[in-house]
Design a protein around this ligand. Structure first.
Ligand code: ADP
Length: 492
């Protein structure tokens, strides 16, 4: 049974500015990637609307920063509660515009709510300190203050959760925010505007401006009132944003691309690995910056792991994410299918072998216009192949053979990226040693989804700057001021 596509709550497909729907400029059609069915025509912002949104945010920030931290936190916690209350409606909208299976969309709504809850709690834990002064009779006060207006730019793979991480941290810190969602998935972001208003957020503190990345990104980067830019996107976009932000010396928080190694140690339980790796690679159809991109397996275990993975891939249920029991939906658009097809073809030409594919969606006439890509298992992949060098962003599992663990670790680190990685094995001491040797922001040991609101998540090398979540996440939106002054004395 296919669930009803559009939710029952109310929002309009146009910019959300100062607590109201604002007339937009050119429109763009949002389609369900599973069926190509039109969901909405969304108005994009033009230059004058972006300026208006930033000016409104500047005004709102003056009062929002003075609201007590406890009260700011309450608004965020109420947002979390409302999201959970309307989980079903939000999840349906997410599945319709992004394509991920409904169960994964529900997971994303819960994950997003966990960030509103977490930063709702963190808002009251922004501690300054008093430091000893080297001269007698003086003291230092060290305070953390909201940085100002934050420009938030998010991608289409987790259109709600990536926004929640940034919005919640920025607002908890006392910043106001201008959020530019991805071109392909603006609806769930727009639905968040009235939800936060209902939770008690004053108008103008969160402006939502659907529009083109290069255009709105440049405007946010150029406007002198925007003090922090937070982006989740590709490394190329991060680099472009850094360049655009350079003249204005803006603070940057960048969560960029990855090329995650997944190291299967010689003693690993291969049934467990096959189950976890398949879940990881089918999750959002592999369109995840932390998904496994290179699976290193010992030469002696390769054939057995390939057999187990092949069985799981062939058995996976693919289709419209709004249908029951679906494990993987479509890719975001046809172009993505073409590009991933090229990566696989290049690998095969260079000597890799496809051992399993799942094209079961081809027999469903309702999905004919959708952008599906077959989950694919490749063996015999070598480091120099494009499929191992580039972020695949699709449900392709490339197995790379190794003969010594230290060599596998060296090869795992031989990439400009350093976002996520995974280590699977029975000997936890060996897992710990390998995890420590890997250059990445996060390592999952016998765990395929280690990201949580409680921990800082961020990349090293070309994978980014800064962190989201944890006690670190709020710091991206705070500036430090020191007041050096004489110690008051009792007036006699
Ligand atoms: P992906 O490859 O995942 O689509 P992108 O980096 O292209 O990632 O997009 C992530 C976000 O960055 C989107 O909201 C997109 O509109 C925005 N974006 C794209 N180009 C730029 C740019 N030059 N400056 C700022 N934001 C941009």
């Amino acid at each position: 049974m296919i669930m009803k596509t559009l939710p029952d709550f109310w929002f309009e497909p146009r910019p959300w500015i100062d607590g109201q729907w604002h007339p937009g400029g050119e429109t763009v059609t949002v389609r369900n990637p599973a069926t190509a069915e039109k969901i909405a025509e969304v108005s994009r912002v033009d230059a004058s609307t972006v300026a208006l949104a930033i000016e409104g945010a500047v005004k709102a920030q003056r009062t929002w920063r003075e609201v007590s931290a406890v009260e700011r936190g309450m608004v965020l916690k109420r947002t979390a509660a409302l999201l959970l209350e309307r989980k079903d409606a939000f999840a349906r909208l997410l599945t319709a515009e992004q394509g991920k299976p409904y169960a994964q969309a529900v997971g994303e709504v819960e994950y997003a709510a966990s960030f509103f809850q977490w930063f709702g709690e963190e808002a009251r834990r922004v501690y300054g300190r008093i430091a000893a002064h080297p001269e007698a009779g003086r003291e230092f006060f060290i305070e953390h203050k909201p940085a100002g207006v934050a420009g938030l730019i998010t991608p289409w793979n987790f259109p709600l959760a990536q926004g929640a991480k940034k919005v919640a941290a920025a607002l908890a810190a006392g910043c106001s925010a201008v959020w530019k969602p991805a071109e392909l998935t603006p609806l769930i972001a727009l639905a968040t505007g009235p939800l936060m208003r209902e939770a008690g957020l004053p108008d103008g503190v969160l402006q939502i401006v659907p529009g083109r990345g290069s255009v709105v990104g440049a405007m946010l980067a150029e406007h002198p009132a925007v003090r922090v830019l937070s982006l989740t996107g590709s490394t190329a976009t991060g680099s472009a944003l850094m360049t655009a932000a350079a003249p204005g010396i803006k603070r940057l928080s960048l969560e960029l691309g990855g090329n995650a190694p997944f190291i299967v140690l010689p003693d690993a339980d291969l049934d467990f690995v096959a189950e976890q790796l398949t879940r990881l690679k089918l999750f959002v159809s592999g369109q995840v910056c932390v998904t496994a991109n290179r699976v290193f397996v010992h030469a002696d275990a390769e054939a057995e792991l390939a057999e187990k993975l092949a069985a799981k891939i062939r058995a996976a249920r693919l289709g419209n994410g709004l249908a029951e029991g679906i494990e993987a939906g479509p890719l975001i658009h046809r172009q993505a299918c073409t590009e991933i097809g090229e990566l696989v073809a290049q690998a095969v030409t260079a000597g890799a072998e496809i051992v399993a594919e799942n094209r079961s969606y081809e027999s469903d006439a309702t999905l004919r216009e959708g952008s599906f890509f077959p989950p694919t298992l490749l063996i015999g992949v070598r480091d120099e192949m494009r499929v191992a060098q580039e972020e695949i962003f699709g449900p392709v599992i490339p197995l790379l053979r190794y003969t010594s663990v230290s060599d596998a670790v060296r090869r795992a680190n031989d990439t400009p990226y350093g976002l996520a990685s995974y280590v699977y094995g029975r000997d936890l001491a060996q897992c710990r040693a390998v995890a420590s040797a890997i250059e990445a922001g996060i390592v999952g040991v016998n765990e395929w989804r280690p990201l949580k609101a409680e921990i800082p998540f961020g990349g090293i090398k070309h994978s980014g700057i800064g962190a989201e979540g944890g006690e670190e996440g709020i710091r991206e939106f705070l500036e430090t001021q020191v007041i050096s002054m004489p110690k008051p004395v009792i007036a006699s």
